[in-house]
Design a protein around this ligand. Structure first.
Ligand code: SAM
Length: 258
């Protein structure tokens, strides 16, 4: 039993959030897996519907900032249906390699199909991987990305440390994720849209309101720009910077390893 002097504001390490719910940390991975198993088939249609297609511009911006060149080796974590992986595969060319990973077999299968449809073959590998435990050697990749994935990971600090470990000196890590709008009016409009429209779109298009309710809640639990920047620095990245996109609805954090 804790007494009142012990009950500081420190989070209970055994508890974490799943959207707005508090859950046991060991259960979050399964709960998140349930969400992505359920949304896998309609994932791409829903991305376009929810963001009115703007997620494509956010992803192009991330690629433009990646520094990826012909011959590079890239790790795409939480790759899902592979939007970034396709673009990386085209950039690295036949001399390079992209490792397309996700924790969820249904989402990885979507990625495999999308990459095949996009004509990516010969320079891509697919691998079931938990971003918290990377089965790769130190200093292996020129670029490591995680796009709209980090907020779903239970131990974000551990995932970031793993990314720093596996990045080559001179390499770049990209974290593309929902963040905090920088302007109050935009924040109010965005809140109204997210809480009122997105779960309804989920119900109408994917017959799954709950997963999209989790999506909007999980965005509010994700560390805002400055906090994530600090976490990346603590994880071992150098010169961390971020770009706010669409007024901070999304942010791209970039960390280097020297
Ligand atoms: C919103 S999707 C993002 C997919 C893609 N990167 C994109 O930008 O469209 C989030 C992905 O994170 C994956 N994921 C959740 N927890 C993970 C973990 N611990 N390790 C790796 N992937 C995870 C999910 O399975 C899902 O495919």
């Amino acid at each position: 039993m804790t007494n009142s002097t012990d009950s500081t504001d420190k989070p209970d390490p055994k508890q974490t959030h799943f959207g707005f719910k508090q859950v046991n940390a060991k259960d979050k991975e399964n709960l998140v897996a349930g969400v992505f198993r359920s949304v896998a088939d309609d994932y791409d249609v829903m991305n376009d519907a929810m963001s009115l297609g703007v997620h494509r511009a956010w992803k192009w911006f991330a690629i433009a900032q990646s520094g990826v060149q012909v011959g590079h080796k890239v790790l795409d974590l939480a790759a899902g249906s592979g939007d970034l992986s396709i673009k990386f595969a085209n950039k690295v060319g036949p001399q390079g390699r992209v490792i397309v990973t996700d924790i969820n077999p249904a989402m990885l299968e979507q990625g495999r199909r999308r990459l095949a449809d996009a004509g990516c073959a010969g320079n891509v590998d697919f691998c079931l991987v938990n971003a918290e435990q990377l089965p790769f050697a130190d200093n292996s990749f020129d670029c490591i990305s995680i796009s709209f994935g980090l907020r779903n990971v239970t131990d974000k600090d551990r995932a970031l440390s793993e990314m720093a470990r596996c990045l080559k000196p001179g390499g770049r890590a990209l974290v593309l994720e929902f963040s905090q709008p920088t302007n109050d009016t935009l924040r109010r409009l965005y809140d109204a849209y997210s809480f009122n429209v997105i779960p309804r779109l989920g119900e109408m298009i994917a017959d799954d309101r709950d997963s999209y309710q989790y999506l909007v809640e999980s965005i509010r639990q994700h560390p805002p720009q400055e906090e994530l920047k600090e976490m990346m620095a603590m994880a071992g990245f150098d010169k961390v910077r971020y770009h706010n996109l669409t007024g901070g609805i999304v942010a791209l954090h970039i960390g280097y390893k020297y």
